[in-house]
Design a protein around this ligand. Structure first.
Ligand SMILES: [Ca+2]
Ligand SMILES: [Ca+2]
Length: 334
């Protein structure tokens, strides 16, 4: 990783973030969450993309520190962490390419990092990304939507496969060889069984389930260890204060019960919504039951937010709220 120390960037970012050093901890968790079986933990960082600032935020949830790293592109979206290489793969929307940035945990505030690999231009409107087994899948938010899969490492990113899924896509996540995807401008969650073995071309979803009460979803994250799915609801894209989070516990069973074409009802969801939540257009989310926390990229309010996982519907305040201009996507290294 090439570094150029940029004092100006650091000063600007202190301005943008207020150089917050608030501690992010995980106290007062619901008992059923804190008693979950502990999985092995690899890191303590949340990586947050911006689609306006040319900055990557790295927030440490153990000690509350944060770092702001400069990038040679202003507009970024999906970000994924590769623990085997200490690298991130980042959707560079300015140049419509997936890029790799290595030694990411050694980057310091004010550094300008340069990608160590850059993929081909095979998407035009990149959004979310997900990682599985040396491959990164990138959403191309065109109509109808596409998914591009790449072979990745820190030195090379090459085309692997391309899929036409027949609907506009925003959030995606691999769980093993399978893939979850949300249908933009709808309340529908799609599941592609054995996605990573499918050949290029038209790819219909294995099953599609509607989420009752959800207006328009963008982000999704499934925590396999606790079987919790969280979906974001941006409400109206033009309204900056009507966002929500939908938490679905015992998710796999509820998804199977609903079946293809079915619905997960409001009574099977926990909803975080209301004037205390600071949610307007939540575009990406990560849920980690081990930390009892939900991490959110909130685009309309331009914030990185952290919530406790609630037991019931609530108009909850975030436990932490950081100004983050252009917040567009996030991931964790744990
Ligand atoms: Ca909204
Ligand atoms: Ca994400």
């Amino acid at each position: 990783m090439k570094k150029v120390s940029l004092l100006a960037c650091a000063i600007m970012l202190c301005f943008a973030t207020g150089c917050e050093t608030e501690s992010i901890d995980a106290t007062n968790q619901p008992s059923n969450i804190s008693s979950l079986k502990k999985a092995s933990k690899t890191g303590s960082s949340v990586y947050v993309s911006s689609n306006t600032s040319g900055m990557l935020g790295i927030f440490n949830i153990e000690n509350g520190s944060s770092k702001m790293i400069g990038l040679p592109y202003a507009d970024a979206d999906g970000v994924v962490y590769d623990g085997s290489r200490d690298a991130i793969y980042h959707v560079n929307r300015s140049d419509s390419r997936l890029v790799a940035i290595s030694n990411i945990s050694n980057a310091m505030t004010g550094d300008m990092v340069m990608p160590t690999a850059m993929g081909p231009t095979s998407f035009t409107n990149g959004r979310e990304a997900t990682y599985y087994n040396n491959k990164v899948v990138v959403v191309d938010d065109v109509t109808p939507g596409r998914l591009s899969s790449y072979h990745v490492n820190t030195r090379q990113i090459s085309d692997f496969r391309n899929y036409d899924v027949g609907f506009e896509v925003w959030g995606i996540q691999s769980t093993g060889k399978d893939l979850w995807a949300i249908e933009d401008v709808s309340n529908v969650l799609a599941y592609f069984e054995n996605f990573h073995n499918a050949p290029s071309g038209d790819l219909p979803a294995t099953s599609e389930v509607a989420i009752e009460g959800l207006v328009r979803t963008h982000g999704l994250n499934y925590d396999e260890s606790s079987d919790i799915m969280v979906l974001t609801d941006i409400g109206s894209a033009g309204s900056p204060d009507d966002g929500a989070l939908v938490v679905i516990t015992d998710f796999k069973n509820k998804f199977m019960q609903a079946g293809d074409g079915g619905t997960i009802s409001l009574s099977d969801q926990i909803r975080i919504a209301g004037d205390l939540t600071q949610l307007g257009n939540p575009v990406d989310v990560v849920v980690r039951a081990q930390e009892g926390a939900i991490y959110v990229a909130e685009r309309a309010q331009q914030k990185f937010l952290v919530f406790d996982i609630p037991m019931d519907n609530c108009n909850c305040e975030p436990t932490h709220s950081y100004d983050f201009p252009g917040a567009s996507a996030l991931t964790t290294d744990f």
